[in-house]
Design a protein around this ligand. Structure first.
Ligand SMILES: [Zn+2]
Length: 62
């Protein structure tokens, strides 16, 4: 199936995509830093196309 683009956050350090998503009302007022559950990285998580996850991870391992 093509056509529908889906973007997800990915950890730039380990390639984990299990990033807690901010959905609460409180977070809108006072943003909470997101944290990778795998490697505890905090900071900016790039959002990439879900179909590019494999590619992203491949680049990490170099
Ligand atoms: Zn990570």
């Amino acid at each position: 199936m093509k056509g529908k683009k889906q973007f997800i956050k990915i950890c730039p350090k380990c390639g984990n995509i299990d990033i807690p998503v901010k959905t609460g009302f409180i977070e809108m007022l006072a943003p909470v830093p997101e944290k990778c559950r795998k490697c505890s990285y905090t900071g900016l998580f790039p959002e990439i196309d879900i179909s590019e996850v494999e590619e992203f991870r491949r680049d990490l391992k170099r």
